[in-house]
Write a new protein. Structure first.
Length: 206
């Protein structure tokens, strides 16, 4: 069973509907038991980094999720802000993240003459950095996903980088370290590309 973690800051309905569309049942967490019983976790998120961390702690989800991922080794997929929460922290806030991966989220900064804007919004390509089951049977040249974000992750270890995307320079659009997966893009809004990515995530076992 996959549990979508509800901490008051995610587009849960869209994720649930996409999973249903590709034939995978899921639950949205209402209690800690839903996380305890999960075979996989999806951590979506939009909004403030610190507020997200504080909400997770208030619900007593923070330490529980960390234990399930590190001790029980269940797969977790962080989406958008959820990806950033899996890192050590973000320039946006002061609270430490889960620290499950050696990475940090930095704000996009562009010169006025660049013509680039923040947030990075819309469709963009994700270049695959390493072989992964998450992109099994997907066309490497055509992986287009939908993005909405003002902060982007930088990984300290190159081997953790799954995909990169260009927006005024290269940033990490997905990472994978064992059972720990993050996607800066929104697979639930990315049509066939997102469906393929989520379907491959659902096939991952411990």
């Amino acid at each position: 069973m996959v549990t979508i973690v509800d901490y008051g800051m995610g587009n849960l309905g869209s994720v649930k509907n996409m999973l249903k569309k590709i034939g995978y049942p899921c639950v949205i967490s209402m209690t800690k038991d839903d996380i305890i019983q999960a075979d996989k976790l999806i951590l979506p998120g939009v909004g403030s980094f610190d507020r997200a961390i504080n909400n997770l702690k208030k619900l007593e989800y923070f330490d529980l999720i960390k234990s399930r991922v590190l001790m029980d080794e269940i797969p977790i997929l962080g989406v958008c802000l959820g990806m950033q929460l899996l890192t050590k922290g973000s320039e946006e806030g002061k609270e430490p993240g889960f620290g499950l991966i050696d990475a940090y989220a930095h704000k996009f900064t562009f010169s006025p003459s660049s013509g680039l804007k923040s947030p990075h919004m819309g469709w963009n390509l994700a270049k695959i950095n390493k072989k992964s089951l998450l992109f099994d049977s997907m066309n490497e040249q055509e992986n287009r996903f939908y993005f909405v974000h003002s902060y982007a992750v930088q990984c300290e270890n190159e081997e953790d980088i799954l995909t990169t995307t260009n927006h005024g320079g290269r940033f990490v659009s997905a990472f994978e370290k064992g059972n720990i997966i993050g996607a800066q893009f929104h697979p639930e809004k990315s049509h066939k590309f997102g469906m393929g990515f989520l379907e491959n995530f659902m096939k991952i076992s411990k």
